[in-house]
Design a protein around this ligand. Structure first.
Ligand SMILES: *[C@@H]1O[C@H](CO)[C@@H](O)[C@H](O)[C@H]1NC(C)=O
Ligand SMILES: *[C@@H]1O[C@H](CO)[C@@H](O)[C@H](O)[C@H]1NC(C)=O
Ligand SMILES: *[C@@H]1O[C@H](CO)[C@@H](O)[C@H](O)[C@H]1NC(C)=O
Length: 333
């Protein structure tokens, strides 16, 4: 099945598309199709932001992360006919845990070359205690210059929890970010803005907190991917990007159909509209290769993650979050 069941912003869309997607699957269409809506539609906009932990514990992961970001960027830029813009947010921690920077933001650029320069300049150092400024970094992502018409994707690369998740590991901010930014609220803001959040987990360091991160991407319609599986990483993120573009395209068609129906004084029947849009797509030869999730073996959202996702604040998450689901990890200093 496609991963479009975002419990928030995309719920209505998902309801509209489900019968459509199912009928395409039943007809085995996606096996035959060669043309991709993202490609054939042309000129669509994609805003892709990477949010990367740049603290000392990332030392062993940062080169791999850099390489994979580069691969994702290259693949998306070459494989889809879209106007892609890229942004990078590096994050470390709040003083006194780190005195270099909390976040460093490179706002959207359409230059792949610029993105390469930013990536190459990123260094993993500092960070102090285990938890890092995840909340502040995600907050900065909501403040990027997203284009309203663009497909919006944020990829968070992390090996450590935000402040306020496991107070016993938090030497300065056991109750959460000192700026008051709360990841549980911010991911909902991202979802409302139409931003899909993918998370690349640097394992094994991230493992004790994986359920928490899965809850974040569950709320913002994305997917958790371990950094250790690069082949899945590029597939999922690029596949995801194109799938989003396809859905965006469908959304427009469905809107047109809904408006036509209303203008004609009819009532909106989602089954009927799905069928009409489906027929139109088949007749025009436009189909998508990305409607079914690729056959890569990815872990689905865990029950623990879904439970965490029901919380609206870190304070509430702390009630549900059990280190029992994971082994504590000693961070290198
Ligand atoms: C890409 O999109 C543009 C329109 O923005 C179109 O002219 C061009 O033919 C498209 N290219 C491909 C390979 O689909
Ligand atoms: C990105 O650019 C926009 C427009 O120039 C600006 O309003 C916004 O504050 C910038 N975002 C960040 C996080 O620097
Ligand atoms: C997915 O399936 C295709 C063909 O059905 C195969 O070539 C490919 O190797 C598979 N990918 C994975 C990750 O299993």
């Amino acid at each position: 099945m496609v991963h479009i069941m975002n419990p928030l912003g995309k719920m209505v869309m998902a309801l509209l598309f489900l019968p459509l997607v199912e009928s395409m699957a039943v007809n085995g269409l996606n096996q035959q199709v060669q043309r991709d809506i993202a490609g054939s539609a042309g000129g669509q906009a994609l805003d892709l932001a990477f949010v990367m932990d740049c603290t000392g514990s990332m030392g062993s992961y940062i080169d791999t992360a850099r390489k994979h970001i580069q691969a994702i960027v290259d693949e998306i830029v070459t494989s889809s006919n879209t106007t892609v813009r890229l942004a990078l947010i590096e994050y470390r921690d709040h003083p006194p845990q780190d005195n270099t920077f909390v976040t460093k933001t490179y706002n959207f650029t359409d230059s792949v070359f610029m993105m390469k320069i930013w990536l190459n300049a990123a260094r993993a150092t500092g960070g102090g205690d285990g938890p890092e400024a995840v909340a502040e970094a995600l907050f900065k992502a909501t403040k990027l210059s997203w284009r309203p018409e663009a497909t919006k994707i944020t990829v968070l690369i992390s090996d450590a929890p935000p402040h306020g998740l496991v107070p016993s590991q938090d030497s300065s901010f056991p109750n959460g970010s000192p700026t008051g930014h709360d990841p549980m609220k911010i991911v909902r803001d991202l979802a409302q803005m139409g931003v899909t959040l993918y998370i690349i987990g640097c394992e094994p360091a991230i493992l004790p907190y994986k359920d928490f991160f899965m809850a974040l991407d569950y709320l913002a319609g994305g997917q958790y991917v371990p950094l250790s599986r690069p082949e899945l990483l590029v597939d999922v993120i690029t596949g995801g990007a194109q799938e989003e573009l396809s859905i965006q395209k469908f959304e427009k068609l469905v809107q047109v159909e809904v408006q036509k129906t209303i203008a004609a004084g009819g009532t909106v029947d989602k089954q009927k509209i799905s069928q009409t849009v489906y027929n139109e797509l088949v007749n025009s030869g436009a189909t998508s290769t990305h409607l079914l999730l690729n056959n890569a073996t990815l872990e689905g959202t865990t029950d623990a993650a879904k439970q965490i996702a029901s919380a609206t604040s870190m304070a509430e998450v702390r009630l549900h979050f059990h280190m029992a689901t994971a082994k504590p990890y000693t961070y290198p200093t």
